[in-house]
Design a protein around this ligand. Structure first.
Ligand SMILES: *Cc1c(COP(=O)(O)O)cnc(C)c1O
Length: 376
C-alpha cells in the first residue's frame, strides 16, 4: 500500500470494486530494471496492464513494448512509442494482422514454426524474426506450458527458413514462466539459446539477440528475490554459455513491472456458513474470478488481503466472488485466513493486483461491470 493510494481511497471514496495504480511505483520498477540490466532493452509486456497512463509513462522513460495484437500495437503507438520500439511477440498471428503491423512500421516478430515464418515473409518482407523455444516453466507459479515455442532442436531449421525467405534471422526467445521465483530458471534456456547461435553460425548465419522474456515476480504472500538477483543470475548464465561473444539482450517484464503498483479495493457482500458444525466460513466479495481475479484459477496466485480488522483472531475462510457461477471461488482447497470479526460491508484491500486484473475482467458477466481502474 502506498501513501498516494491510501490518500486517493480516503478522499475519493470510489464506489464499487476498483483497481488503483500508483505510477510512482511503475517508474521505480522501470528504473530498477534499467539500472540492474543496463545493457538490456526493456520491452514492457502490454497485456499485463495497458492503461494509457502506464504506457505513456513507460514510453517517456524509454521503454520498448512487447505486443500481442494489432490493438496493442496501436496502444503502444498512441502512448508515444515509435514502431522501432515495438515487438509483435505473439507466435500466433493472423497474416492480415502481421500486414497491418508492418504498415504501422513494426519490424520485429516472434515465430515458433515454419508456417508462421511464411506468413511474415509474405506480408512483412525483410522483417526481423526471433524464434521462441520451449521452456518447461519449472518453479513458476503461473507456468506457460507448451502453448508457445518449439523444441530448441527445431529452431535452426525455422530460422534458416526465415533467412532463405529474405527475413532477418535475428535471435531466440523464451519465457521461463510467469511469477518465476527461481533466479536460476534462465540458465538452461540461455544454454539452449547459445547452442542455437552456434548451430546457426555453422550454417553461415549470425544471430544477434536473445530475448529473455518475462517471469520477473511481484511480491504476493511470499518473499521474492530482488531485480538485482535476477540480473546477476542472467548475466552469469550469459557469461557461462556465450563467453565473450555477448549477444544483444532484451527482457519483457509484465507482472514484475506493474503488479506491485496496484491495489484493488473491494467489499464484503456476505459472510456465511454451510452448516452449523462447519469451522470454515464463506466470505463473498464484490469481486471474483470474472471481475479481475482470474489468476486465482487453480488457486495459483494468492494475493495478500488487508482488512481494517487485521490483528483480530483469524479463522479459515473460503473466499468467493459475487456471480452466479460456481467456478467463481478464489480460495477453497487452501482456505484463506481472515479476521473472525470481518463483517458484511467491510472494505478489503487486495494487494499486488496491478498486473493481469483489468485485462482479465469480463465485460458484464451477470451484469457486473468490468473492473474500474484509476491511475494516479
Ligand atoms: C505475457 C508475456 C510476457 C510477460 O510475462 P510476465 O511473467 O508477466 O513478466 C512477456 N513476454 C511474452 C511473450 C508474454 O506473452
Amino acid at each position: 500500500m502506498t501513501d498516494r493510494i491510501r490518500e486517493f481511497l480516503r478522499t475519493r471514496r470510489p464506489d464499487g470494486p476498483c483497481l488503483v495504480v500508483d505510477l510512482d511505483v511503475v517508474r521505480d520498477k522501470f528504473l530498477s530494471f534499467a539500472k540492474a540490466m543496463p545493457d538490456t532493452r526493456v520491452f514492457y509486456a502490454v497485456k499485463a496492464n495497458p492503461a494509457p497512463e502506464v504506457l505513456a509513462l513507460l514510453a517517456e522513460l524509454g521503454s520498448c513494448f512487447d505486443t500481442a495484437s494489432v490493438a496493442e500495437v496501436r496502444m503502444a503507438l498512441a502512448a508515444g512509442a515509435t514502431p522501432d520500439r515495438i515487438s509483435f511477440g505473439n507466435t500466433i498471428k493472423k497474416e492480415r494482422d502481421i500486414a497491418t503491423a508492418f504498415e504501422l512500421g513494426v519490424r520485429l516478430y516472434a515465430v515458433d514454426c515454419e508456417a508462421e515464418v511464411e506468413k511474415i515473409a509474405r506480408v512483412a518482407p525483410g522483417a526481423r524474426v526471433f524464434c521462441r523455444i520451449l521452456s518447461d516453466g519449472a518453479g513458476a507459479e503461473w507456468p506457460l506450458s507448451r502453448k508457445f515455442g518449439c523444441e530448441p532442436a527445431m529452431a535452426p531449421r525455422i530460422l534458416e527458413h526465415a533467412h532463405r525467405l529474405g527475413l532477418e534471422a535475428y535471435g531466440v526467445s523464451f519465457h521461463v514462466g510467469s511469477q518465476q521465483r527461481n533466479t536460476g530458471a534462465w540458465d538452461a534456456a540461455v544454454a539452449s539459446a547459445a547452442g542455437i547461435f552456434r548451430e546457426m553460425s555453422d550454417r553461415g548465419i549470425t544471430l544477434k539477440m536473445v530475448n529473455l522474456g518475462g517471469g520477473f515476480p511481484t511480491r504476493y504472500l511470499k518473499n521474492v528475490p530482488a531485480v538485482q538477483a535476477y540480473a546477476q543470475a542472467i548475466s552469469d548464465a550469459i557469461l557461462t554459455h556465450f563467453g565473450n561473444q555477448v549477444p544483444e539482450t532484451i527482457i519483457e517484464p509484465g507482472r514484475g513491472m506493474v503488479g506491485s503498483a496496484g491495489i484493488i479495493k473491494a467489499e464484503v457482500v456476505l459472510v456465511s456458513k454451510k452448516s452449523d458444525t462447519d469451522d470454515v466460513r464463506w466470505v463473498y466479495l464484490d469481486i471474483g474470478k470474472f471481475g479481475g481475479l482470474a489468476e486465482t484459477m487453480d488457486e495459483a496466485i494468492r494475493y495478500p488481503i488487508r482488512t481494517e480488522r487485521d490483528g483480530d483472531e483469524m479463522t479459515p475462510c473460503v473466499l468467493a466472488g459475487p456471480t452466479c457461477d460456481s467456478a467463481d471461488v478464489m480460495y477453497e482447497k487452501d482456505p484463506y485466513f481472515l479476521p473472525v470479526s470481518l463483517e458484511i460491508g467491510d472494505e478489503v484491500l487486495i494487494e499486488g493486483t496491478g498486473a493481469y486484473t483489468t485485462t482479465y475482467s469480463a465485460v458484464a458477466f451477470n451484469g457486473f461491470e468490468p473492473l474500474k481502474s484509476y491511475v494516479i
